[in-house]
Write a protein that binds this ligand. Structure first.
Ligand SMILES: Nc1ncnc2c1ncn2[C@@H]1O[C@H](COP(=O)(O)OP(=O)(O)O)[C@@H](O)[C@H]1O
Ligand SMILES: [Mg+2]
Length: 274
């Protein structure tokens, strides 16, 4: 890929867990520098697997993939998948407890820059910038385990931001957060995008999509890209969203005269509709 502004280019990428469980089947996509993309798909459609591929944690089982213009090898053994692009891409895991392991939030946010061997002055600058960006300066000396879900999430994002990646991948960032906390986080993610970073958010919560993304990639239940287009167009395509199991036809009829915010698949499982 000669275009330097192409961040990710995937052609017909497959991924199999343990060489037999097909998680992604023939994914082709191009993501350019500075894009804000939502990766939509029902549970089990392969969103987390795709983010792990983009982060270099795993390598394609088949197909071609390039990151920042460099070809990524198809490896049989993921233990070797330490790619050079790794530092330029940061993944915020769905479960913040995976990302936070230090005695204090400040230590967690400093961990990455310290690993890079940066001078202490620079480490301190990055920690302060990341904590400020996530609006959690006041949590700096707190233990991660005593934080609320939303605070943990912001600390986990800060621990990725301190590496100053060009690309931030977020896996279901609003899962299991109460509504107020969710919208605080969504606004923080929106601000990240406005700072020129490439943002890819995996979610099945349709209501957050217009705020965090301009473009939507829908992964179907067949683990292939079902649609790729502007967020507004995709969110209006009810038939497509039903096909991807992101909204339910029956529920949609019932909610048609209430708010659009109640249309997402994240709620329909547990909400009783009257
Ligand atoms: N570690 C794993 N080992 C085997 N299969 C897995 C593993 N992780 C995910 N899968 C399978 O891969 C498919 C895609 O999963 P995942 O990427 O987690 O989807 P999503 O994030 O969209 O819910 C699912 O069928 C899931 O069961
Ligand atoms: Mg997932």
């Amino acid at each position: 890929m000669s275009d330097a502004r192409v961040t990710f280019a995937l052609e017909d990428v497959q991924y199999l867990y343990n060489r037999r469980n097909l998680a992604l089947d023939g994914i082709s996509l191009t993501i350019r520098e500075g894009e804000r993309v939502a990766l939509l798909g029902a549970n089990g459609s392969g969103k987390s697997t795709l983010l792990k591929l983009l982060d270099g944690l795993i390598s394609p089982s088949a197909g071609r993939m390039s990151v920042f213009g460099e070809q990524v090898d198809t490896l049989d053994d993921d233990s070797d998948a330490a790619h050079r692009f790794h530092r330029r891409v940061g993944l915020v895991f769905q479960d913040p407890d995976v990302q936070l392991f230090s005695p204090t939030v400040g230590d967690d946010v400093a961990f990455g820059p310290l690993q890079l061997g940066l001078p202490l002055v620079e480490v301190r600058r990055r920690v302060e910038a990341a904590l400020t960006q996530m609006d959690i300066m006041h949590l700096r000396d707190r233990a991660p385990f005593e934080l609320s879900g939303g605070e943990k999430k912001r600390a986990a994002i800060a621990s990725v931001l301190s590496l100053e990646p060009d690309v931030v991948l977020l896996d279901e960032p609003t899962a299991s957060l109460d509504p107020r906390t969710k919208w605080v986080l969504v606004n923080l993610i929106q601000q990240l995008g406005q700072h020129g970073k490439t943002i890819i958010v995996a979610t099945h919560e349709l209501e957050i999509v217009p705020i965090v993304a301009d473009r939507v990639l829908v992964i179907g239940e067949n683990r292939r890209v079902l649609a790729d287009g502007p967020a507004t167009a995709i969110l209006e395509d009810r038939a497509l969203l039903v096909e991807a199991n992101l909204i339910h036809e029956h529920l949609h009829r019932h909610l048609a005269f209430t708010h659009s915010h109640e249309h997402d698949a994240g709620h329909h499982g547990e909400t009783t509709v009257h």
